[in-house]
Design a protein around this ligand. Structure first.
Ligand code: FAD
Length: 302
């Protein structure tokens, strides 16, 4: 890995490339062992350079955005973790914007507000990047990224760029075609917004943020809702009805505020969190005969 590291720093600023980097520094859960190499990539040229070097040496690649929907196991991630920091925002028309994958949803919603553009109010409190949001079809307050997305550009494993329309993204509840085409890397998304009164946009953003503060345990590290909502049930309610609020394994706790969130109250390990996940699943299954599913993505080695 050191040789590969040395090759990377010939082209990429040394301050952006790390050997044996703890992933707990790059996930909102603040959990995770080391990545062999962790690299912040700021443009497509650098991205292609890094991928080519990894292909030459047969080194696995993992791409992350803001690390807000992942649990990295305690043994860390072998190979190279690329944190995409492609941050361009390009208004093609007044209400049509091409946003690169690394831009944070919170930043983009604020820019939209400043320009009097509506459509991203739902996303102002979701702590992810555009890339992560497209992959997960992130949503809140009854809206999802798919509602405003015109097209997505991605890089495939042969380093070819493709642009696909909304339908071709195969959006569904918290997933998209990128959930199973795992080697494709989202580069940017074009979003269609609509002109509206700034005060109205602000009111909706404030109300969304207020409801988050009231309902979610945002004072503890988490990855948001740990489990997916069901088609005809609300998973957090099932967990609550099992009496699991406040139940813990080590420092991993079922939040007392919102049973759908597992939070890290200190030094939780991935092992603690995964054991708690299994316990919660088992209890819900025993009481309701329902198999609840993880929303967060588990990565890395034990
Ligand atoms: C407090 C809190 C509240 C949350 N609330 C919500 C909510 O209301 N609604 C909601 O939907 N989610 C919510 N989340 C979860 C999370 O913010 C979203 O899923 C978000 O879209 C993930 O984006 P990310 O950039 O952090 O992705 P990451 O966590 O970095 O990655 C998630 C997945 O996407 C992949 N990925 C990331 N970028 C790319 C790319 N460019 N190309 C290909 N694959 C990529 C990663 O490999 C991984 O598989 C919340 C999380 C927290 C911590």
């Amino acid at each position: 890995m050191e040789n590969l590291y040395n090759e990377f720093i010939k082209k990429i600023d040394k301050t952006k490339v790390y050997l044996n980097e703890p992933m707990c520094k790059h996930t909102t859960l603040k959990i995770g062992g080391v990545a062999d190499i962790f690299i912040k990539v700021e443009n497509i040229e650098e991205l292609i350079f890094v991928i080519n070097k990894c292909i030459e040496r047969n080194v696995p690649i993992t791409v992350i955005g803001n690390g807000s929907n992942i649990l990295v196991k305690d043994g860390g991630i072998r190979g190279v973790v690329i944190k995409l920091q492609l941050n361009n925002i390009d208004f093609i028309e007044d209400n049509l914007v091409n946003v690169q994958a690394g831009v944070l949803l919170s930043k983009m919603s604020n820019i939209a507000y400043e320009k009097g553009l509506s459509g991203l109010e739902f996303a102002c409190g979701i702590p992810g990047s555009i890339g992560g949001a497209v992959k997960m079809n992130a949503g809140a307050h009854g809206k999802e990224i798919k509602d405003i997305l015109i097209c997505t550009t991605y890089l495939d494993k042969n380093l070819e760029l493709h642009t696909i329309n909304n339908k071709e993204n195969e959006f569904d509840y918290r997933c998209s075609r990128f959930s199973y085409n795992k080697e494709d890397i989202i580069i940017s998304a074009t979003l269609k917004l609509k002109s509206d009164v700034k005060e109205k946009i602000k009111l909706e953003m404030d109300s969304n943020m207020k409801s988050r503060k009231e309902k979610q345990p945002i004072n503890f590290p988490s990855a948001g809702s740990t489990f997916k909502r069901g088609k005809n049930y609300i998973t957090a309610q099932l967990i609550d009805q099992c009496g699991l609020k406040g139940y813990n394994i080590g420092d991993a706790y079922v939040s007392e505020k919102h049973a759908g969130f597992i939070v890290n109250k200190g030094n939780a390990t991935a092992k603690d969190l995964l054991e708690l996940v299994e316990y919660v699943k088992k209890k819900v299954y025993e009481k309701f005969n329902i198999q609840i599913q993880l929303e967060i993505e588990v990565m890395g080695e034990d």
